[in-house]
Design a protein around this ligand. Sequence first.
Ligand code: HMG
Ligand code: MG
Length: 336
Amino acid sequence: MRWPKEVELKEVGPRDGLQNEPGWVNTPEKVAWINMLSNTGIKEIEYSSFVHPKWIPALKDAREVGRQINRNPDVTYSALVPNQKGLEHALEAGIDRASVFMSASETHNLKNINKSIDETLPIMKQVIQDAKAADKKVTAYVSTVFDCPFEGKTDVNQVLRVAEALFEYGADDISLGDTIGSAVPNQIEEVLDVVNQYYANKDIIMHFHDTRGMAIANIVTSMNYGMTRFDTSIGGLGGCPYAPGAAGNVATNDVLYLMDNLGIETGIDEDELLKAAFYIQNKLGKSLPSRSLTYELSQMSEGIDADVLAQKHRRKRDMMYDFLKYQYDIFKKMAQ
Ligand code: HMG
Ligand code: MG
């Protein structure tokens, strides 16, 4: 197997991760967290979602978040946009890239965005064209590419039909979603065989939820098919509110471990990523599912070797210091 030299991970935790959280993370906390993510070396962050707040209350402050984050010029800031109203709000708040979305399966599309596929396509066309007219890049997500929680296995022709239309409307790239985290490598092969045949020169991103722990195997399979762009969520945070039982995206921490150890460049600094993971884990008051993150945490309390332990403790102390300083800075700003 030949591995790529580098891959690009898009951080979707602030959107795909938080959208499914029952707990409220307040705006200054979201902003501080996204600012931390901006310092990790990650090249794209999907920072929120401009959908109806009634549907996704956890992200009802998307406009404030967009206005308040510190923008690192090396990072592309994207946000989820379902329609023209969402795009209007996203442009006001500031985006480099609009992420439009629809499903390959009829029932998931209807449950997720309240419209049939035929009703959705003209909306996608308009939103993509308006985003392009505003000089923004567009990623188009296609959900339920492999399986639908309501209809079972998705016919690859449904995926092609939707992808064909989205590319024709002007999408720069398409993210193929295993929305419920059910696919296994032979399903990835079946779909990518066809996708590579039709879209050999197009930019394809893979978006794996990790419900059954298959995402890493699916990423390895995808790299074998030439894929080098993956959506990941810090700590494995998240799920899809309209796909019952689905877990979060594959954890950025786990994918980073994989890539680092395969010698594949990501540009991401593990320590900075850990800080951001601890921060949000603390705010949510629960452990995130990432195995690598859990391991790192365990190393901070029980050492294998005194030197390693001392080093880990120093790192933990530094992280605590940074974390407290972030909070202090936020409070100071708020008090002004
Ligand atoms: P709708 O109710 O059909 O919308 O919802 P409508 O066009 O009929 O409008 C109804 C009302 O909503 C109107 O207000 C609109 O102005 C308002 P009223 O006149 O009644 O006062 N409205 C909006 N308000 C704020 N922002 C907007 C907006 N649009 C309309 N953008 C809609 C349609 C798409 C808005 C709704 O179904 C919705 O918000 N759905 C969101 C679903 C969602 O966020 N799902 C999770 C994200 S997708 C995902 O996770 C999958 C992905 O990760 C890939 C994968 O894993 O496969 C991307
Ligand atoms: Mg998703």
